[in-house]
Design a protein around this ligand. Structure first.
Ligand code: LLP
Length: 429
Protein backbone atom coordinates (compact mmCIF):
# COMPACT_ATOMS: atom_id res chain seq x y z
CA UNK A 1 0.00 0.00 0.00
CA UNK A 2 1.78 3.15 -1.16
CA UNK A 3 0.73 6.45 0.27
CA UNK A 4 0.93 9.60 -1.85
CA UNK A 5 3.16 11.83 0.30
CA UNK A 6 5.16 11.89 3.49
CA UNK A 7 2.43 13.39 5.65
CA UNK A 8 0.33 10.23 5.22
CA UNK A 9 2.10 7.32 6.89
CA UNK A 10 1.49 3.67 7.59
CA UNK A 11 2.41 2.88 11.18
CA UNK A 12 1.66 -0.75 11.90
CA UNK A 13 -1.29 -0.84 9.54
CA UNK A 14 -2.82 2.39 10.88
CA UNK A 15 -2.97 5.63 8.90
CA UNK A 16 -1.15 8.55 10.52
CA UNK A 17 -1.69 12.09 9.31
CA UNK A 18 1.35 14.25 9.97
CA UNK A 19 2.05 12.27 13.11
CA UNK A 20 -1.56 11.89 14.30
CA UNK A 21 -3.47 8.60 14.23
CA UNK A 22 -6.55 8.71 12.02
CA UNK A 23 -8.25 6.37 14.48
CA UNK A 24 -7.59 8.77 17.34
CA UNK A 25 -9.09 11.66 15.34
CA UNK A 26 -12.15 9.63 14.38
CA UNK A 27 -12.69 8.44 17.95
CA UNK A 28 -12.18 11.85 19.46
CA UNK A 29 -14.15 14.00 17.01
CA UNK A 30 -16.44 11.38 15.44
CA UNK A 31 -16.93 10.84 11.73
CA UNK A 32 -17.33 11.99 9.03
CA UNK A 33 -14.52 14.48 9.39
CA UNK A 34 -12.21 16.37 7.07
CA UNK A 35 -8.58 16.30 8.20
CA UNK A 36 -6.39 19.11 6.84
CA UNK A 37 -2.59 18.98 6.78
CA UNK A 38 -1.02 22.38 7.33
CA UNK A 39 2.51 21.31 6.35
CA UNK A 40 1.35 19.92 3.02
CA UNK A 41 -0.51 23.13 2.15
CA UNK A 42 2.68 25.10 2.80
CA UNK A 43 4.80 22.62 0.87
CA UNK A 44 2.53 22.69 -2.19
CA UNK A 45 2.42 26.48 -2.18
CA UNK A 46 6.18 26.83 -1.83
CA UNK A 47 6.98 24.24 -4.51
CA UNK A 48 5.03 26.20 -7.09
CA UNK A 49 6.09 29.67 -5.94
CA UNK A 50 9.76 28.70 -5.82
CA UNK A 51 9.70 27.02 -9.24
CA UNK A 52 8.39 30.30 -10.67
CA UNK A 53 10.59 32.61 -8.57
CA UNK A 54 13.75 30.81 -9.61
CA UNK A 55 13.05 31.93 -13.17
CA UNK A 56 11.56 35.41 -12.71
CA UNK A 57 11.49 37.66 -9.69
CA UNK A 58 8.12 39.31 -10.19
CA UNK A 59 5.77 36.44 -9.39
CA UNK A 60 2.46 36.26 -7.58
CA UNK A 61 0.63 33.10 -6.62
CA UNK A 62 -3.04 33.85 -5.98
CA UNK A 63 -4.64 31.07 -3.97
CA UNK A 64 -8.03 30.33 -5.50
CA UNK A 65 -10.19 30.36 -2.41
CA UNK A 66 -13.11 28.54 -3.97
CA UNK A 67 -11.27 25.25 -3.57
CA UNK A 68 -11.29 25.51 0.22
CA UNK A 69 -12.34 28.55 2.22
CA UNK A 70 -11.70 27.28 5.70
CA UNK A 71 -10.37 30.27 7.64
CA UNK A 72 -7.35 28.29 8.84
CA UNK A 73 -6.43 27.44 5.24
CA UNK A 74 -6.70 31.10 4.30
CA UNK A 75 -4.58 32.12 7.32
CA UNK A 76 -1.90 29.60 6.39
CA UNK A 77 -1.68 30.96 2.85
CA UNK A 78 -1.79 34.56 4.01
CA UNK A 79 1.15 33.82 6.30
CA UNK A 80 3.02 32.39 3.30
CA UNK A 81 2.63 35.72 1.50
CA UNK A 82 0.14 34.37 -1.05
CA UNK A 83 -2.30 36.55 -2.94
CA UNK A 84 -5.93 35.53 -3.23
CA UNK A 85 -8.41 34.87 -6.05
CA UNK A 86 -12.00 35.48 -4.93
CA UNK A 87 -15.20 34.87 -6.89
CA UNK A 88 -17.87 36.18 -4.56
CA UNK A 89 -18.32 38.85 -1.90
CA UNK A 90 -18.38 35.98 0.59
CA UNK A 91 -14.88 34.91 -0.40
CA UNK A 92 -13.67 38.51 -0.18
CA UNK A 93 -15.23 38.76 3.29
CA UNK A 94 -13.53 35.57 4.46
CA UNK A 95 -10.17 36.54 2.96
CA UNK A 96 -10.28 39.91 4.71
CA UNK A 97 -11.19 38.14 7.97
CA UNK A 98 -8.18 35.87 7.45
CA UNK A 99 -5.95 38.91 7.23
CA UNK A 100 -5.41 39.36 3.49
CA UNK A 101 -4.89 43.03 2.60
CA UNK A 102 -7.38 44.15 -0.06
CA UNK A 103 -4.51 44.94 -2.45
CA UNK A 104 -3.63 41.27 -2.39
CA UNK A 105 -7.11 40.16 -3.46
CA UNK A 106 -8.24 39.85 -7.08
CA UNK A 107 -11.96 39.45 -7.64
CA UNK A 108 -12.99 37.50 -10.73
CA UNK A 109 -16.75 37.15 -10.88
CA UNK A 110 -19.25 36.40 -13.57
CA UNK A 111 -22.83 37.70 -13.61
CA UNK A 112 -22.03 40.22 -10.88
CA UNK A 113 -24.81 42.34 -9.27
CA UNK A 114 -24.50 46.09 -8.77
CA UNK A 115 -24.62 45.80 -4.99
CA UNK A 116 -21.81 43.28 -5.22
CA UNK A 117 -19.77 45.72 -7.31
CA UNK A 118 -20.33 48.34 -4.60
CA UNK A 119 -19.19 45.89 -1.94
CA UNK A 120 -16.00 45.17 -3.92
CA UNK A 121 -15.32 48.86 -4.45
CA UNK A 122 -15.81 49.55 -0.74
CA UNK A 123 -13.53 46.63 0.12
CA UNK A 124 -10.74 48.02 -2.04
CA UNK A 125 -9.98 44.77 -3.87
CA UNK A 126 -8.80 44.69 -7.49
CA UNK A 127 -11.58 43.83 -9.90
CA UNK A 128 -11.15 41.57 -12.92
CA UNK A 129 -14.08 42.24 -15.23
CA UNK A 130 -15.85 39.48 -17.13
CA UNK A 131 -18.12 41.45 -19.49
CA UNK A 132 -18.53 44.90 -21.02
CA UNK A 133 -21.79 45.21 -19.11
CA UNK A 134 -19.98 44.66 -15.82
CA UNK A 135 -17.32 47.18 -16.83
CA UNK A 136 -19.86 49.91 -17.63
CA UNK A 137 -21.74 49.29 -14.40
CA UNK A 138 -18.50 49.38 -12.42
CA UNK A 139 -17.41 52.65 -14.00
CA UNK A 140 -20.79 54.25 -13.30
CA UNK A 141 -20.27 53.44 -9.62
CA UNK A 142 -16.55 54.11 -9.28
CA UNK A 143 -13.44 54.54 -11.44
CA UNK A 144 -10.77 52.35 -9.89
CA UNK A 145 -7.06 53.13 -10.02
CA UNK A 146 -6.33 49.62 -11.32
CA UNK A 147 -8.45 47.22 -13.34
CA UNK A 148 -8.05 43.83 -14.99
CA UNK A 149 -9.92 42.18 -17.86
CA UNK A 150 -10.61 38.45 -18.10
CA UNK A 151 -10.02 37.35 -21.67
CA UNK A 152 -11.41 34.22 -23.29
CA UNK A 153 -8.29 32.96 -25.06
CA UNK A 154 -10.41 30.47 -27.06
CA UNK A 155 -8.42 27.54 -25.71
CA UNK A 156 -10.09 25.62 -22.91
CA UNK A 157 -9.16 22.45 -21.03
CA UNK A 158 -10.16 20.50 -17.94
CA UNK A 159 -10.91 17.13 -16.36
CA UNK A 160 -14.64 17.39 -17.20
CA UNK A 161 -16.87 19.42 -19.51
CA UNK A 162 -18.25 21.34 -16.48
CA UNK A 163 -14.85 22.75 -15.58
CA UNK A 164 -13.65 24.01 -18.98
CA UNK A 165 -13.81 27.77 -18.71
CA UNK A 166 -12.67 29.09 -22.08
CA UNK A 167 -13.50 28.44 -25.71
CA UNK A 168 -16.70 28.68 -27.73
CA UNK A 169 -19.16 27.30 -25.22
CA UNK A 170 -17.84 29.13 -22.23
CA UNK A 171 -19.77 31.82 -20.38
CA UNK A 172 -16.52 33.28 -19.02
CA UNK A 173 -14.28 36.08 -20.19
CA UNK A 174 -14.35 38.64 -22.97
CA UNK A 175 -13.73 37.61 -26.57
CA UNK A 176 -10.78 39.07 -28.45
CA UNK A 177 -13.00 41.29 -30.59
CA UNK A 178 -14.26 43.14 -27.49
CA UNK A 179 -11.11 43.21 -25.40
CA UNK A 180 -9.65 46.32 -26.98
CA UNK A 181 -12.98 48.09 -26.47
CA UNK A 182 -12.94 47.14 -22.79
CA UNK A 183 -9.51 48.66 -22.22
CA UNK A 184 -10.41 51.73 -24.28
CA UNK A 185 -13.52 52.39 -22.20
CA UNK A 186 -11.55 51.96 -18.97
CA UNK A 187 -8.71 54.18 -20.14
CA UNK A 188 -11.09 56.94 -21.24
CA UNK A 189 -12.86 56.77 -17.88
CA UNK A 190 -9.55 57.42 -16.10
CA UNK A 191 -8.26 53.99 -15.07
CA UNK A 192 -4.46 54.23 -14.95
CA UNK A 193 -3.07 50.78 -14.19
CA UNK A 194 -4.01 47.49 -15.78
CA UNK A 195 -3.85 43.74 -15.54
CA UNK A 196 -4.95 41.07 -18.00
CA UNK A 197 -6.24 37.63 -17.10
CA UNK A 198 -7.34 34.23 -18.34
CA UNK A 199 -8.43 30.99 -16.70
CA UNK A 200 -8.94 28.11 -19.10
CA UNK A 201 -10.21 25.33 -16.86
CA UNK A 202 -9.48 23.01 -13.98
CA UNK A 203 -7.66 19.74 -13.38
CA UNK A 204 -5.21 20.07 -16.29
CA UNK A 205 -2.27 17.68 -16.14
CA UNK A 206 -0.45 18.68 -19.33
CA UNK A 207 1.34 21.90 -20.11
CA UNK A 208 0.29 22.33 -23.73
CA UNK A 209 -3.14 23.92 -23.20
CA UNK A 210 -1.63 26.47 -20.80
CA UNK A 211 1.02 27.38 -23.36
CA UNK A 212 -1.41 27.68 -26.26
CA UNK A 213 -3.75 29.89 -24.27
CA UNK A 214 -0.90 31.94 -22.77
CA UNK A 215 0.46 32.68 -26.23
CA UNK A 216 -2.95 33.91 -27.32
CA UNK A 217 -3.34 36.05 -24.19
CA UNK A 218 0.09 37.61 -24.64
CA UNK A 219 -0.65 38.38 -28.29
CA UNK A 220 -3.83 40.14 -27.24
CA UNK A 221 -1.85 42.04 -24.59
CA UNK A 222 0.55 43.05 -27.38
CA UNK A 223 -2.29 44.47 -29.45
CA UNK A 224 -3.55 46.49 -26.52
CA UNK A 225 -0.06 47.79 -25.94
CA UNK A 226 0.39 48.87 -29.53
CA UNK A 227 -3.11 50.32 -30.05
CA UNK A 228 -3.71 51.95 -26.66
CA UNK A 229 -0.20 52.35 -25.24
CA UNK A 230 -1.09 50.34 -22.13
CA UNK A 231 1.62 48.52 -20.19
CA UNK A 232 0.60 45.86 -17.72
CA UNK A 233 1.12 45.69 -13.96
CA UNK A 234 0.30 42.01 -14.03
CA UNK A 235 -0.54 39.18 -16.40
CA UNK A 236 -2.53 36.39 -14.79
CA UNK A 237 -2.59 32.95 -16.40
CA UNK A 238 -5.27 31.56 -14.08
CA UNK A 239 -5.40 28.32 -12.16
CA UNK A 240 -6.18 24.82 -13.34
CA UNK A 241 -2.96 23.00 -12.46
CA UNK A 242 -4.02 19.42 -11.99
CA UNK A 243 -3.03 16.84 -9.42
CA UNK A 244 -3.03 13.05 -9.75
CA UNK A 245 -6.07 11.37 -8.18
CA UNK A 246 -5.31 7.79 -9.20
CA UNK A 247 -2.37 5.80 -7.91
CA UNK A 248 0.32 5.78 -10.57
CA UNK A 249 -1.04 8.84 -12.39
CA UNK A 250 1.76 11.25 -13.28
CA UNK A 251 1.75 14.65 -11.56
CA UNK A 252 2.04 17.86 -13.53
CA UNK A 253 5.73 18.63 -13.92
CA UNK A 254 5.81 21.96 -12.13
CA UNK A 255 9.44 22.71 -13.07
CA UNK A 256 8.63 22.12 -16.75
CA UNK A 257 5.47 24.23 -16.35
CA UNK A 258 7.48 27.09 -14.85
CA UNK A 259 10.18 26.73 -17.47
CA UNK A 260 8.00 26.78 -20.54
CA UNK A 261 5.48 29.33 -19.27
CA UNK A 262 8.13 31.77 -18.13
CA UNK A 263 10.27 31.52 -21.22
CA UNK A 264 7.22 32.22 -23.38
CA UNK A 265 6.20 35.04 -21.02
CA UNK A 266 9.62 36.68 -20.94
CA UNK A 267 10.14 36.57 -24.67
CA UNK A 268 6.66 37.89 -25.52
CA UNK A 269 6.74 40.60 -22.86
CA UNK A 270 9.97 41.79 -24.44
CA UNK A 271 8.76 41.44 -28.03
CA UNK A 272 5.61 43.47 -27.35
CA UNK A 273 7.25 45.86 -24.88
CA UNK A 274 4.64 45.10 -22.22
CA UNK A 275 6.59 46.60 -19.31
CA UNK A 276 7.63 44.64 -16.24
CA UNK A 277 4.43 42.83 -15.35
CA UNK A 278 4.05 40.41 -12.49
CA UNK A 279 3.66 36.82 -13.69
CA UNK A 280 0.59 35.49 -11.89
CA UNK A 281 -1.11 32.13 -11.48
CA UNK A 282 -4.16 31.32 -9.36
CA UNK A 283 -4.22 27.67 -8.37
CA UNK A 284 -6.72 26.21 -5.94
CA UNK A 285 -6.58 22.44 -6.36
CA UNK A 286 -2.80 22.29 -6.67
CA UNK A 287 -2.36 23.80 -3.23
CA UNK A 288 -5.02 22.12 -1.12
CA UNK A 289 -6.19 18.96 -2.88
CA UNK A 290 -3.81 16.37 -1.44
CA UNK A 291 -3.57 18.28 1.84
CA UNK A 292 -6.83 16.84 3.15
CA UNK A 293 -8.58 13.52 3.59
CA UNK A 294 -12.16 12.74 4.50
CA UNK A 295 -12.51 10.11 7.21
CA UNK A 296 -15.74 8.16 7.13
CA UNK A 297 -16.90 5.18 9.19
CA UNK A 298 -18.41 1.98 7.79
CA UNK A 299 -22.05 1.59 8.89
CA UNK A 300 -23.06 -1.42 6.86
CA UNK A 301 -21.68 -4.03 4.54
CA UNK A 302 -24.39 -5.23 2.18
CA UNK A 303 -24.02 -8.13 -0.21
CA UNK A 304 -26.51 -8.46 -3.06
CA UNK A 305 -26.46 -11.11 -5.80
CA UNK A 306 -24.57 -8.58 -7.96
CA UNK A 307 -22.55 -6.31 -5.73
CA UNK A 308 -20.93 -5.74 -2.40
CA UNK A 309 -21.68 -2.35 -0.94
CA UNK A 310 -19.87 -0.61 1.86
CA UNK A 311 -22.28 1.91 3.41
CA UNK A 312 -20.39 4.80 5.01
CA UNK A 313 -21.44 7.94 6.90
CA UNK A 314 -20.29 10.47 4.26
CA UNK A 315 -22.04 10.94 0.94
CA UNK A 316 -22.27 13.52 -1.79
CA UNK A 317 -23.52 15.94 0.83
CA UNK A 318 -19.85 16.14 1.88
CA UNK A 319 -17.96 15.19 -1.28
CA UNK A 320 -19.91 15.75 -4.46
CA UNK A 321 -17.09 15.29 -6.98
CA UNK A 322 -17.70 11.58 -7.73
CA UNK A 323 -21.44 12.17 -8.26
CA UNK A 324 -21.04 15.43 -10.14
CA UNK A 325 -18.05 14.73 -12.39
CA UNK A 326 -17.61 10.98 -12.12
CA UNK A 327 -14.38 11.91 -10.34
CA UNK A 328 -12.08 9.24 -8.95
CA UNK A 329 -11.01 9.59 -5.32
CA UNK A 330 -8.68 6.96 -3.98
CA UNK A 331 -9.96 5.22 -0.84
CA UNK A 332 -7.97 3.32 1.75
CA UNK A 333 -9.02 1.50 4.89
CA UNK A 334 -7.30 3.60 7.53
CA UNK A 335 -7.19 0.83 10.16
CA UNK A 336 -6.17 -1.97 7.75
CA UNK A 337 -3.31 -0.58 5.70
CA UNK A 338 -1.37 -3.85 5.89
CA UNK A 339 -4.28 -6.12 4.96
CA UNK A 340 -4.38 -7.78 1.58
CA UNK A 341 -6.73 -6.11 -0.90
CA UNK A 342 -8.95 -8.96 -1.98
CA UNK A 343 -12.57 -7.79 -2.18
CA UNK A 344 -14.29 -5.58 -4.73
CA UNK A 345 -16.78 -3.07 -3.32
CA UNK A 346 -18.84 -0.05 -4.20
CA UNK A 347 -18.55 2.60 -1.48
CA UNK A 348 -21.95 4.20 -0.92
CA UNK A 349 -23.03 7.20 1.11
CA UNK A 350 -26.11 7.53 3.33
CA UNK A 351 -28.17 9.73 0.99
CA UNK A 352 -31.38 8.57 -0.57
CA UNK A 353 -30.19 8.76 -4.16
CA UNK A 354 -28.71 5.99 -6.25
CA UNK A 355 -26.06 8.45 -7.40
CA UNK A 356 -24.67 8.68 -3.88
CA UNK A 357 -21.71 6.43 -4.66
CA UNK A 358 -18.22 7.59 -3.69
CA UNK A 359 -16.37 4.80 -5.47
CA UNK A 360 -17.23 1.93 -7.77
CA UNK A 361 -15.60 -1.49 -8.07
CA UNK A 362 -12.74 -0.81 -5.67
CA UNK A 363 -10.34 -3.47 -4.60
CA UNK A 364 -10.03 -3.19 -0.81
CA UNK A 365 -9.18 -5.37 2.17
CA UNK A 366 -12.15 -7.21 3.60
CA UNK A 367 -14.19 -4.48 5.29
CA UNK A 368 -16.39 -4.75 8.37
CA UNK A 369 -18.78 -2.49 10.21
CA UNK A 370 -16.85 0.04 12.27
CA UNK A 371 -13.84 0.17 9.93
CA UNK A 372 -12.54 3.60 9.03
CA UNK A 373 -12.15 4.66 5.41
CA UNK A 374 -9.99 7.57 4.30
CA UNK A 375 -10.97 9.28 1.07
CA UNK A 376 -7.84 10.88 -0.32
CA UNK A 377 -7.38 14.15 -2.22
CA UNK A 378 -10.43 15.66 -0.60
CA UNK A 379 -9.01 19.12 0.12
CA UNK A 380 -10.13 20.86 -3.05
CA UNK A 381 -13.83 21.30 -3.80
CA UNK A 382 -14.71 18.90 -1.00
CA UNK A 383 -16.08 20.74 2.01
CA UNK A 384 -16.38 23.84 -0.22
CA UNK A 385 -19.13 22.12 -2.24
CA UNK A 386 -20.84 20.43 0.71
CA UNK A 387 -24.50 20.85 1.55
CA UNK A 388 -27.13 19.87 4.10
CA UNK A 389 -28.95 17.70 1.56
CA UNK A 390 -31.18 15.09 3.18
CA UNK A 391 -31.01 17.36 6.25
CA UNK A 392 -27.62 16.07 7.28
CA UNK A 393 -25.65 18.63 9.27
CA UNK A 394 -22.23 19.35 7.74
CA UNK A 395 -19.24 17.62 9.29
CA UNK A 396 -16.33 19.03 11.29
CA UNK A 397 -12.85 19.89 10.02
CA UNK A 398 -9.66 19.37 11.96
CA UNK A 399 -6.21 20.77 11.18
CA UNK A 400 -3.08 18.76 11.96
CA UNK A 401 0.49 19.95 12.20
CA UNK A 402 3.58 18.09 13.46
CA UNK A 403 1.61 15.69 15.63
CA UNK A 404 -0.71 18.39 17.01
CA UNK A 405 -4.29 18.98 16.01
CA UNK A 406 -7.18 21.41 16.45
CA UNK A 407 -10.78 21.56 15.34
CA UNK A 408 -11.07 24.36 12.78
CA UNK A 409 -14.76 23.96 12.05
CA UNK A 410 -17.33 22.55 14.41
CA UNK A 411 -19.66 19.81 13.34
CA UNK A 412 -23.13 21.23 12.69
CA UNK A 413 -25.97 19.92 14.83
CA UNK A 414 -29.70 19.43 14.35
CA UNK A 415 -30.43 22.96 15.53
CA UNK A 416 -28.32 24.25 12.64
CA UNK A 417 -30.90 22.73 10.29
CA UNK A 418 -33.43 25.21 11.66
CA UNK A 419 -31.16 28.23 11.34
CA UNK A 420 -32.95 31.04 9.54
CA UNK A 421 -36.17 29.11 9.04
CA UNK A 422 -39.35 30.96 10.06
CA UNK A 423 -42.85 29.58 10.19
CA UNK A 424 -45.48 32.14 9.08
CA UNK A 425 -48.19 33.04 11.62
CA UNK A 426 -50.81 30.97 9.84
CA UNK A 427 -48.78 27.80 10.26
CA UNK A 428 -48.08 28.33 13.93
CA UNK A 429 -50.68 26.49 15.92
N1 LLP B 1 -9.29 30.99 -11.23
C1 LLP B 1 -10.55 31.01 -11.69
C2 LLP B 1 -11.06 32.21 -12.33
C3 LLP B 1 -11.37 29.88 -11.54
O1 LLP B 1 -12.61 29.90 -12.00
C4 LLP B 1 -10.86 28.71 -10.90
C5 LLP B 1 -11.68 27.53 -10.73
C6 LLP B 1 -9.53 28.76 -10.43
C7 LLP B 1 -8.78 29.90 -10.61
C8 LLP B 1 -8.89 27.59 -9.70
O2 LLP B 1 -8.88 26.43 -10.42
P1 LLP B 1 -8.02 25.19 -9.89
O3 LLP B 1 -6.59 25.62 -9.81
O4 LLP B 1 -8.53 24.83 -8.55
O5 LLP B 1 -8.25 24.12 -10.90
N2 LLP B 1 -15.48 22.03 -8.66
C9 LLP B 1 -14.58 21.59 -9.71
C10 LLP B 1 -13.57 22.62 -10.08
C11 LLP B 1 -14.18 23.94 -10.47
C12 LLP B 1 -13.16 25.02 -10.72
C13 LLP B 1 -13.80 26.34 -10.95
N3 LLP B 1 -12.88 27.41 -11.16
C14 LLP B 1 -13.94 20.27 -9.28
O6 LLP B 1 -14.22 19.80 -8.18
O7 LLP B 1 -13.18 19.66 -10.04
Amino acid sequence: MSLPHKFLENRGGILYVDGVSAIELADKFDTPIYVLIENRIRENYRRLRDALLRRYDRVRVYYSAKANTNLAVLRILESEGAYLDAVSPGEVFLALKAGFKPERILFTGTSVRNDEIRFLVDSGVTINIDSLSQLRRLLSIHVPEILSVRVNPEVGAGHHEHVITAGRNSKFGIWEADVLEAYRIALEAGVRRFGIHMHIGSGILSIEPFLLAAEKLLKIAGQIRSRLGIKFDFIDFGGGLGVPYRPGEKPLDVEAFADSMLSLFKSMVKEYDLGEPFFCVEPGRYIVCDASILLTRVNTVKVTPFKKFIGVDAGFNLLIRPAMYGAYHHIIVANKLDDVEKEVYDVAGPLCESGDILAKDRLLPEVHEGDLLAILNAGAYGFAMSSQYNSRPRCAEVLVKDGRYAVVRERENLEDLLRGQILPDWLKS
